[in-house]
Every structure is written in structure tokens, then in C-alpha cells.
Design a protein around this ligand. Structure first.
Ligand code: FES
Length: 289
């Protein structure tokens, strides 16, 4: 169920706007589109938007310029980039500016919905978090987190290794842990959050003993990966982002597992299962019980 947030999609390809509007409107989102960065600024000067999805390559006002404008004039607006083949530098620039996530082009409806849901959660949770990490985790865990932060403090490029170590310690990266890391490394919580949501190996939710990842990328989607996903949900009584009641399994969706030739693809822990079908699900899952 969509929240009543206002979303603006900015892309110079009309088909991208059309697809985003069709997919998100059908889910009840309040969405509008525009074909240029310049028009997006005009619209935002008149009306605030909660979320902006923007292309990076556009004539006149490009995506990075638009993101800079939003950060300065509408800092409460969440930003997601829509991008084809971004260079590492472009992604780095966008991450440093505090984007929430990205949608790869071409994208499937499932991917767009997945990113939108997470971006909406971010927008709803952007109110400063007041709870402290000590309320949720044992003191030994907090000491260990602080030790890692201290070890990497003031070292360039320390965010990713600190997040990796903290995820090993806690098992996942909830907002309170992200906030503690941001404060310890003296960077903004938005920057840490962008990194956590950008890389699929980070998770904000606890995982079960065995983590099942289902690829919703284009190659897997056209080979009906949704049927595999539905079979897993049904057999394990498990929704995406949740853990089974016995804590044995967790379920995640990702955008590409880098094994498109094997589509549709499922990964359990470090094991890859290609050419998946709903029929194969029970036998594979049984091995992990
Ligand atoms: S799209 Fe599924 S592995 Fe690449």
C-alpha cells in the first residue's frame, strides 16, 4: 500500500516517465513526471516533493546539478537516481551528495517498486532518530562497534570497511547503528545510509541462519523469477525482508547477482542456483533445514 507522498520523476526519455508513472500509479503512489532538470526545478520551486527520481544525463540541467540544487533548496526531499551505465565517478559524486538509492536502466516493475518502497521508508524515517544504540544492543557489542570506528577514524575511504565490520558484529545495520557510525566517523547519516542502501551486501534487517536472495534484475524477471519468489514465500511463509519464526531463513530481493546467463537466479548464503523454477524450490530448501 502506497503512502501519500509526492514523487517527481525527471528523465529526458518519455518512455521512462511513462513506465514509472504507470507502475507507481497502479500501486497508489502520487507521482508526476517531467522531461527536463530545468522544468523539475520550476516545479519544485512551486511545490515541495517528498521524493525525486532523476536521470543523470540530461541536456541543460543534468542530474548532478539537479541533485545539488535539491540538496541546497529542498534538503528534506529524498533523491533516487535512474541510470544506465554509470561510471564509478558518477556514482561516487551522487553518493557524496546523499542520494538514497538508484534504479538501473532498463528496470523491471519489481525493481522500481522495491527501490520506491525503500526510498519511502527512508523519507518517513528521516526525522532525527532519538533512540540510542545502547537501548537495543549489549554493551560488549557497542564496545566492539566503537573500537572499529576508532580504528578507522580519520582514514580516507573508511566508511565501507567500518560498515562491513559492524555488520559482522551486529548481523545487520539498523538506523541506530548507522547513526553511531556516522557520528563516530564525522560524516552525515544520509551519506552512511546511501552507502548501505546502494551496496547489496549490506542489510538493514536481521538475517536468518540461511539468507535467500532472489534476483529481480531484467534477465531474471523475463525468465519468470517472480514465480520462484512466490513459491518460496508460500513454502516458508515468509515475506521479503523478513525472517522465519524459527530464525532459519531470511528472504531478500536484489537487482542483479552478476550471473544473468543462469537466469532466473537464486542464491542461498554463498551458493548460487541457476535456471530456477518453482518445482526446484522444495528440494533445495530442504537441504538447509
Ligand atoms: S539479472 Fe539476475 S543475475 Fe543478472
Amino acid at each position: 500500500m502506497a503512502d501519500n507522498l509526492k514523487i517527481l520523476v525527471v528523465d529526458d526519455e518519455p518512455i521512462v516517465i511513462k513506465s514509472c508513472v504507470a507502475v507507481l500509479k497502479a500501486e497508489g503512489y502520487n507521482i508526476e513526471g517531467t522531461l527536463s532538470g530545468k522544468d523539475a526545478i520550476l516545479k519544485m520551486e512551486q511545490n515541495p516533493y517528498d521524493l525525486v527520481f532523476t536521470d543523470l544525463k540530461m541536456p541543460e540541467v543534468d542530474g548532478i546539478t539537479l541533485i545539488r540544487w535539491i540538496k541546497q533548496k529542498r534538503p528534506d526531499t529524498g533523491i533516487v537516481i535512474i541510470t544506465g551505465y554509470p561510471s564509478q565517478d558518477t556514482i561516487k559524486d551522487a553518493l557524496e551528495l546523499g542520494i538514497i538509492d538508484y534504479v538501473p536502466k532498463p528496470f523491471t516493475p519489481a525493481v522500481l517498486l522495491d527501490v520506491t518502497q525503500r526510498a519511502v521508508e527512508w523519507v518517513k524515517g528521516k526525522v532525527p532518530v532519538t533512540e540510542e544504540v545502547k537501548e537495543e544492543f549489549p554493551p560488549s557489542m557497542i564496545q566492539e562497534i566503537d573500537r572499529v570506528i576508532k580504528q578507522y577514524k580519520n582514514k580516507p575511504g573508511s566508511s565501507i570497511p567500518v560498515l562491513q565490520r559492524c555488520q559482522q558484529i551486529v548481523g545487520y545495520l539498523p538506523p541506530v547503528v548507522q547513526k553511531r557510525i556516522a557520528r563516530g566517523l564525522n560524516i552525515t547519516p544520509a551519506e552512511i545510509h546511501s552507502i548501505v542502501t546502494f551496496y547489496s551486501f549490506f542489510t538493514m534487517k536481521p538475517r536468518g541462519d540461511h539468507n535467500i536472495r532472489i534476483c529481480l534484475g531484467t534477465a531474471c524477471y523475463v525468465k519468470r523469477v517472480e514465480e520462484v519468489l512466490n513459491k518460496i514465500k508460500e513454502d516458508l511463509k515468509l515475506e521479503v525482508g523478513e525472517v522465519t519464526s524459527d530464525k532459519k531463513f531470511s528472504l531478500e530481493t536484489v537487482r542483479c547477482l552478476g550471473a544473468c546467463g543462469l537466469a532466473p537466479v537464486m542464491v542461498i548464503d554463498d551458493e548460487t542456483y541457476g535456471a530456477m523454477s518453482p518445482k526446484k524450490v522444495p528440494e533445495i530448501i530442504e537441504q538447509y533445514k
